[in-house]
Design a binder for this molecule. Structure first.
Ligand code: PMP
Length: 351
């Protein structure tokens, strides 16, 4: 508390990110990629001309937006880039969701959305997941100030197919539908091809997960020119140079290596699948996942107790304290070796 803070700041409950440990732990708690970024990123860093940092970056980030547009078969005018998708989401909240009607979202979803609602004075209505822990697309009412959900959802990992999202968009014509695709590259279908049909669809993506560039802070949004212009208006009043020169060069290098991208995401998916079987064999209820994490409920031991025992053994996973999520652990997919160590630790703990 401080007499210098505005009343809004007193009300804020900031988002608490997963712990970034100082000691050497096997870190399976914030959905980072266990593999390095594409080799071209290291080459770019090595060859980067430091004297270029003297100059401001391109305020329009044209080179990166063009590279993203080519990757997704859209035009650069349909692409927005920012410092991590967290920033892109914040700008989208400011541009689209401060409406007289509430913003609808799943009750269990990315925990930053409620933080942004508080921060930007957006009224929020949260809807329960269905009985299979899936986002209930049928439940969103039509009269709203916007809809936001993650696909795959976090922390559950389930993804709806593109056609199901098209079904939602058929019903939602009058407000912005934001689909957060932070984890889409680990086996889900992107909604990007739908932007041609639905000018109210905004898809957000990130370089933090499938492209192993969480340390760079690079996110993007793809949507109709109309929506991209809307976010651009907010950006220009907020930070006129969103992407730094180094990040832009590295992101372009990452996009250039499609073969590496496919190999490394396939490796994560393969590890996820055997890890899911291994946990199921050890009595866990594990939700099917199209992401780079598993949401799993141990049945032979309490979730919080298992979290602590794993931590004592140097393995950090994510535990959420809210009553609905407390029995579960969210486990980021690491390398095969890291996941074998996890499974062995679980065997020891449950013995
Ligand atoms: N959306 C979801 C669903 C996430 O889990 C995350 C990562 N915590 C983000 C967006 C933000 O990712 P970044 O800011 O690293 O792009």
């Amino acid at each position: 508390m401080s007499k210098f803070w505005s009343p809004e700041v007193h009300q804020l409950t900031p988002y608490v990110p997963g712990e970034q440990p100082r000691q050497r732990l096997i870190k399976l708690n914030t959905n980072e990629n266990p593999y390095p970024p594409a080799p071209g990123v290291a080459d770019t860093l090595r060859d980067f001309d430091a004297s270029a940092l003297r100059l401001y970056p391109d305020p329009e980030s044209r080179a990166l937006r063009t590279a993203i547009a080519e990757h997704y078969a859209v035009t650069p005018e349909q692409v927005f880039v920012g410092n991590g998708s967290d920033e892109v989401l914040a700008l989208a909240f400011m541009a689209f969701f401060r409406q007289p009607l509430p913003l609808y979202m799943p009750e269990i979803s990315y925990s930053f959305y409620p933080v942004y609602c508080q921060l930007y004075g957006v009224e929020r209505k949260a809807l329960p997941l269905d009985h299979e822990w899936k986002v209930d697309l049928e439940a969103f009412p039509t009269n709203n100030g916007g809809v936001i959900f993650a696909n795959p959802n976090a922390p559950t990992g389930h993804a709806h197919p593109r056609e199901a999202i098209a079904g939602l968009l058929e019903r939602q014509r009058d407000s912005v539908v934001l689909v957060d695709e932070a984890y889409v590259d680990f086996g889900a279908q992107s909604a990007v091809p739908l932007i041609e049909r639905y000018p109210n669809l905004l898809v957000c993506g990130t370089f933090s997960k499938s492209r192993s560039l969480a340390g760079l802070r690079l996110g993007f949004a793809i949507g109709s020119k109309e929506l991209i212009e809307g976010i651009g208006r907010v950006k220009n009043s907020f930070n006129s140079y969103p992407i730094d020169r180094l990040a832009e060069a590295c992101a372009i290098a990452s996009l250039a290596d499609q073969a590496y991208f496919e190999r490394s995401t396939a490796a994560v998916i393969a590890t996820r699948e055997w890890s899911r079987e291994a946990l199921t064999a050890r009595g866990f209820d594990v939700l099917p996942s199209s992401s780079n994490f598993l949401f799993a409920r141990p049945t032979r031991i309490d979730g919080p107790a298992l979290f602590e025992s794993l931590r004592e053994r140097g393995l950090l996973v994510r535990h959420f304290s809210s009553p609905a999520l407390a029995p579960f652990l969210r486990i980021t997919i690491g390398t095969d070796e890291e996941m074998r160590t996890l499974v062995e630790a679980i065997d020891e703990i449950q013995a």
